[in-house]
Design a binder for this molecule. Structure first.
Ligand SMILES: [Zn+2]
Length: 274
């Protein structure tokens, strides 16, 4: 399994030389299951624009491209109107909310509202691709991979969802936009148990977290605590604060690696083999 990061920024995209090395686009992750030769996408932040161009340029032929959503805050959907494969009439695009079966009855509206004429010149129907809007339960087998989903605390319980994918004998867990309000959330630890790779929100330093408690995000220390409690092999920290430039993130990564050597801060364009 290969995981590639197309957007690692939280809250909103940023640009400027001081953000060049980590990148300014918001959350988008591609998961490539090599044996099944399928890709899946997690979240459609502004990073999905480059992923869409890459899919077109490499001529990827996949009947349906599924995009799994952790939640629908701006920084996780804002790139969707710029996802080139969604303008291909022969392409099926799956918009998937897992872990929320029966809880969302307006999944299509979330995306059509974002593209209504006051906000964007092209509406959802005009894009052209064949969309499927699907909600699934919290334990599914999709194209041969097991997908577990848990509600996370993100401003409210169930304000976002974390994913665990098991396939090809390896386990990948993605928990972005998650807060551990009163001690580490054992639901997240259980999801991450023995994961080969955990991708976890680490927007704040421990000092910053004291100021931003209740804002729905973790400090890198929380991410490390989860990794240690869950016996995770490798940790990638993501959802970087828009106020943190490259030098600041280097320093955070350095502190993080003192506590958990097998950890790294996500960079745009970074690919990790799991
Ligand atoms: Zn976010």
């Amino acid at each position: 399994m290969k995981v590639k990061f197309y957007g690692v920024r939280g809250s909103l995209p940023v640009c400027g030389r001081e953000f060049d090395r980590y990148g300014g686009n918001t959350t988008c992750i591609k998961v490539h299951r090599e044996n099944a030769n399928r890709i899946a996408i997690i979240d459609a932040g502004t990073g999905i624009r480059n992923l869409g161009k890459e899919i077109i340029n490499t001529g990827l032929s996949q009947n349906i491209i599924n995009i799994f959503f952790s939640h629908f805050h701006w920084d996780h959907i804002q790139g969707f109107p710029f996802f080139a494969p969604a303008y291909n009439g022969d392409q099926k695009i799956g918009i998937l909310a897992t872990g929320r079966f029966g809880k969302i009855n307006n999944l299509k509206e979330i995306f059509s509202m974002q593209m209504q004429k006051e906000y964007f010149p092209v509406n959802l129907e005009m894009m052209g691709a064949q969309f499927e809007f699907l909600t699934y339960g919290d334990n599914e087998t999709l194209y041969g991979a097991t997908l577990k989903t848990v509600p996370q605390h993100h401003l409210s319980p169930g304000g976002s969802y974390g994913f665990g994918v098991e396939d090809e004998g390896v386990k990948l867990v993605v928990c972005t936009d998650v807060e551990h309000l009163d001690g580490i959330d054992t639901t997240i630890v259980n999801l991450a148990k023995n994961a080969d790779l955990l991708i976890h929100d680490g927007q704040y330093t421990p000092d910053e977290y004291k100021k931003f408690k209740g804002w729905g995000h973790s400090s890198y220390e929380h991410a490390i605590e989860v990794a240690l409690m869950a016996n995770v092999k490798r940790l990638v920290i993501t959802h970087h604060d828009p106020d943190h430039n490259d030098d600041f993130l280097d320093a955070m990564e350095h502190e993080c690696q003192k506590l958990f050597p097998n950890s790294i801060f996500a960079k745009e364009g970074m690919e990790v083999s799991v």
